[in-house]
Design a protein around this ligand. Structure first.
Ligand code: A3P
Length: 342
């Protein structure tokens, strides 16, 4: 893969505009290619809502993503100006994707612009999904993108070691969420396609560490430790903090990627404009987010990405015993790591 940085800073461009097949990059390959079937079928397996997960190097990946993880580890070579948005599913990915795109692309697309890409595209159509491209052997599509490139991933940091090696790599912005809310959000999402799925099933899997891309604690910790060791390379955000102070966290994000808001932008209301454009109500109201599917084959509706958007919703889904169990798992796994959950 070419790694040369473009000297003209015109990125990020909406990926869907440069890639006809933009919708498919958010899709999970249903199964590994023929070439990888042998390797993948030897791995421990579990199933969540018809999705087969395989335990690869300690993480439960959708099975079609295992070859992508191997390829990412071997071949992903970031440009220094790249920014990767990373998260576990249901931790606020879509929101952060939208905020990051609106922030990095604000010179070309001021937040109030009628033709802003977020007014006609789902946020996920604006960014290439790293493992979706690597899983399909289509990572060459990344080479054609102008710098700075903005990409997203659900992979644990261990699967993208090229992203933040000591003294190099690119920038990674991670979003973490209270795991009890994450599991409630995951259940609601999966139920859109599997209405009979029991909450207790998803809950048990989260406690056992076997939800997609989990264990959640190891996913959080990989990025947490990297952010502590190299704060200039990894920014660790929290969904609950973003809810509490979206503008303050947006400023942190902009400073981190080297594009702080100028005094003129502050006075011109650019920060508030981006926060408003990317708010739950605003995104939910866009036509591009009301219709269509994340993956045309699996039929998760795009509108399912925008639900309640609150902290503490777990209280109406979990018994006190369930909450204690999950808190206990998290406390046990995160003990002495310095990472405290909300
Ligand atoms: P809930 O299901 O708890 O409401 P992801 O994008 O990683 O799939 O995360 C989805 C969660 O983020 C959902 O949480 C969804 O409602 C919430 N969300 C999506 N867009 C949001 C926004 N603009 N602001 C706040 N929360 C948002």
């Amino acid at each position: 893969m070419a790694t040369g940085d473009s000297s003209v800073q015109v990125g990020p461009v909406p990926f869907k505009d440069v890639e006809d097949d933009g919708d498919m990059v958010t899709a999970l390959p249903e199964r590994p290619s023929e070439e990888h079937v042998g390797l993948v079928s030897a791995l421990p397996c579990c199933t969540i809502a018809d999705m087969k997960l395989r335990c690869y190097q300690g993480f439960w990946l959708p099975e079609g993503m295992v070859p992508a993880a191997a390829a990412l580890q071997r071949r992903f070579e970031p440009r220094p100006s790249d920014v990767i948005v990373a998260s576990l599913p249901k931790c606020g990915t879509t929101w952060l994707v939208a905020l990051a795109f609106a922030t990095l692309a604000r010179r070309a697309y001021p937040p109030g612009a009628a033709d802003h890409p977020l007014r006609r595209l789902n946020p996920h159509q604006c960014l290439p999904f790293l493992e979706g491209l690597f899983a399909g052997g289509r990572e060459g599509k990344l080479d054609a993108l102008p710098s700075p490139r903005l990409m997203n991933t659900h992979m644990p940091l261990a699967m993208i070691p090229g992203a933040v090696p000591a003294g190099g790599g690119c920038k990674v912005v991670y979003i973490c969420r209270e795991p009890k809310d994450m599991v409630v959000s995951l259940w609601h999402y999966l139920r859109r396609v599997h209405p009979d799925l029991e909450f207790s099933e998803v809950f048990d899997m989260a406690c056992d560490g076997t939800t997609p891309y989990g264990p959640f604690w190891d996913h959080f910790l990989g990025y947490w430790r990297a952010s502590a060791a190299r704060p200039e390379s990894v920014l660790f955000l929290r969904y609950e903090e973003l809810l509490r102070d979206p503008a303050g966290n947006l400023r942190r994000l902009a400073r981190f990627v080297g594009l702080p808001f100028s005094a003129a932008e502050e006075e011109g209301g650019v920060v508030g404009g981006i926060v408003e454009l990317c708010s739950l109500d605003s995104l939910r109201g866009m036509e591009a987010n009301k219709a269509g599917y994340m993956d045309p084959r699996v039929k998760f509706p795009r509108e399912a990405l925008f639900r309640k958007g609150v902290a503490g919703g777990w209280k109406s889904h979990m018994t006190p015993e369930m909450a204690r169990r999950m808190d206990g798992v998290a406390a046990d796994k995160l003990r002495a790591t310095g990472l405290a959950l909300p």
